[in-house]
Structure formats: structure tokens, C-alpha cells
Design a protein around this ligand. Sequence first.
Ligand code: ADP
Length: 449
Amino acid sequence: MFKKILIANRGEIALRVIRAAREMGIQSVAVHSTADSDAMHVRMADEAICVGPPPGTDSYLSMPAIISACEITGAEAIHPGYGFLSENANFVQIVEDHALKFIGPTAEHIRIMGDKITAKETMKNLGVPCVPGSDGGVPDLDEAYKVGDEIGYPVIVKATAGGGGRGMKLANSKAEMENAFRTARSEGKSAFGNDEVYIEKYLGTPRHIEIQVFGDGKGRAVHLGERDCSLQRRHQKVFEEAPGPAIDAKTRAKIGKVCADAVASINYAGAGTIEFLYENDEFYFIEMNTRLQVEHPVTEAIFGVDLVQEQIRVAAGEEMSFQQKDLEVNGHAIEVRINAEKVPAFTPCPGKITQYHAPGGLGVRMDSALYDGYSIPPYYDSLIAKLIVHAADRPTALARLKRALGELIVDGIDTTTPLFDALLQEDAVLTGDYNIHWLEKWLEANTPE
Ligand code: ADP
């Protein structure tokens, strides 16, 4: 097992990894920008090292600085968390070239899945059901019109390199195709340096269902059921739950096996998530994330596993600690993402926390890097806390979430907690009867002019 690992990330996810490592007797090294000298991950790690100025590109994304930090501190492996360098195949290659271990899948698997066209092709060949659409990239507008006529409008034009909800444009009709095509291309180019796009049938009322998979890199893999992440704003998840309210045990076992077999056959290593849209009892693959997801705690709650420790174990060459037969759903878990943003406009709201109190009690987990007097810097993602609740069933989990939100105090800045207070009054949320468009529509109807 590793003696020391470096965490190439910040915020709650850096803490998450430090905690997992400490329980395993592994020393942790935090890296930080000059804006994060007082951050919790710096305080909690065994060692910390400054890797550059505030902008992410100059610090958390600086490969030479991160590799040097490993060399200076003697860390043997790097956990990337999510975001930043977590899905950068070149980084993985560089890490390996320096005789260090990347805690995650191989560069090749990251590369395949990072390009959505190649990912879709690969999954299709592995027997995973996909959204109907263009066969690979669509080079020009004429071809785009042809595809649109073939699969029928509405369609969605997607940048193959897209992510985080960017590089996607809807065309409701032929008249909207030109604009959607050009916009998706230019967003792909400017945000991801790649203007290749493909086209998919736009599904009207699907749920976002994702399957957690885990592989040992040697041909064995399991699935850990699904998460329903349909409550989204601007294609970004805000509320996630497991199990999915619309998925029964038989459906879970069936799609889970398809996913586990697919990743086993490519010798996938570590945690991965296969994302689907789910409509009329059918699954349609949209993408695979080759890393730990923000919402992984709901899966940990219902299966009683530690996915980060499992990632570390597999990266160190040890056997996985669970098999498919060990994995049984226990109860219901919900996560809400609390952002430093002011509703209803969701404007970023960094600043100094004058008072912080985290909720507690049975079945409550608060993953956050906040503390009293902490100043949230303006340079990074606005996620400041994940509140996760676990209970015997969904109604009890909802009641627990409401109770826990009531205990939370974050003074000095605005957060998105009022959104969750309001959502917990809504029938659709209480009954689990929602799809990926529900929240946008609700926000439109409930936002004052
Ligand atoms: P990203 O990589 O940016 O997260 P995804 O391909 O995972 O992009 O899609 C993100 C979200 O966009 C989905 O969860 C869903 O809400 C919406 N979406 C993606 N593809 C489609 C589609 N074919 N039809 C309808 N909605 C879609």
C-alpha cells in the first residue's frame, strides 16, 4: 500500500480523500494556490505545498507544479478528485512517466471516454444502448440537415469534447439547425479546443439515470446500482438520489450487468459512471465519466462502501474488497449541492463566512470545507457543501433532509439552501415524479420578474 499520496484538488473533495487516506494509515499531501493558504484541505492534510497563484490554470491545473510537489514531498500516487486534472489523459501519461501512480483509470480509457463520439461508438460495440443519432461526427451543415431529417426534430447538437453542460444546443426544427450547429461548434472550439460535433435525438421527458461501476483493471467489475440526477439547472445536477424512484430491482440488475460487463471487458480500473437518459422504460447512453462523481456519497450510503478507499486500494494493486453478491441496496439516500450563490439568479456569492454550523444526527453526512471565519475565494467552483442524508426509505430520507437543512447555518454569504427548502414543498419532488426538464420549468414559473 502507498505510504503517502498527493491530492491534486481543493475544497470538499480534497477533504474527502484526506479522510479516506488517514483511515488507511496513508499520509496525505495537499496542494494549494496562494488564494487557498487558509483553506481547510491545507489545514487537514499531513503536509501542504503551494503550487501557484489563484487562477486554476496556474495552480491546480499546472502539471509541472503538481509533479514537482510529488517529488518534493515523496508522494507515490496522485488522487485527482473530480474536475481539474481528473479526466486529463495527458496528465495521466505524465504522472506515469514520472514513475508515480494515478489513482484512476488508464490514460487510454480516459481518452476514449473523454471524446463523446468515440465513447458512444465504444459503448455501442459493447452492447450498451445509445441515443439514436448521427454515426459519429457531423462535418458540415448539409450533413446536419440530412441527419435532422433522418432522426426527426427536435435534435441536440453536441460538441464531442463537451462537458459540464457546455457545448450542447437544441434545434427544435430545421430552421433552428444552422444556429444550433454553429453555436455548438464554436462553444466546443472555444471551451474545449475541439469543434467536432455530433447530433442526437432530443428526448422530451427522460430521467437522468447513471450507473456506478467499479473495475479492478484485470477484467473484473461490479456495478453499484443507479443514481437519479434528473433535477438539473442548466444541465447541471443539483439534487441526486439513490436508488432512483423510477427504477426497480429487476431493471437495476439488468442495466447494471450490461454496464459492469462492458467495463470488465475493457479491463477498466477504478470508479466510473455510465450516464443514461431513461424514458419509457428504455436506457440511452449519453456519456461515461472516468472518475469519482460529486454525487458518489449517495451510492456509498446505500451500499455501505467507501469508494475512495476502494480507488486507492485498486490503484495500489490490491484486490477489490467487494464482489457483486456483496452489494445490496440498503435504504434511500439523497444529496443536495449547496452553492455559494444567490437565488433566484444563482449569481456567485463568494465572501467571508461569519458563522457556520453543520447539521448532524442519525443518517446525516456533511461534506464541506467550510469553517467559521473562512473566506470563500472568487476563483473556483461555487460548490461549498454537499448535504447527504440516508434513511430506511425515501419519505424518511426527505424528512431527514428537511430537518438537516433546518439545522444548517451559513452566515455572511448567500447559498442555494432556499432552493431546497422550496423544492421540499413540491409534490413532484416528494413523490419522485420528475424528469430532466422539471426543475428548469419550475424555476421559470417560480422566479419573480
Ligand atoms: P455533459 O458532459 O456536459 O454533462 P451530457 O451529455 O452528460 O453532457 O448531458 C448533460 C445533460 O444534458 C443530461 O443529463 C440531460 O439533461 C441533457 N441531455 C443530454 N443529451 C440529451 C438528449 N439527447 N436529449 C435530451 N436531453 C439531453
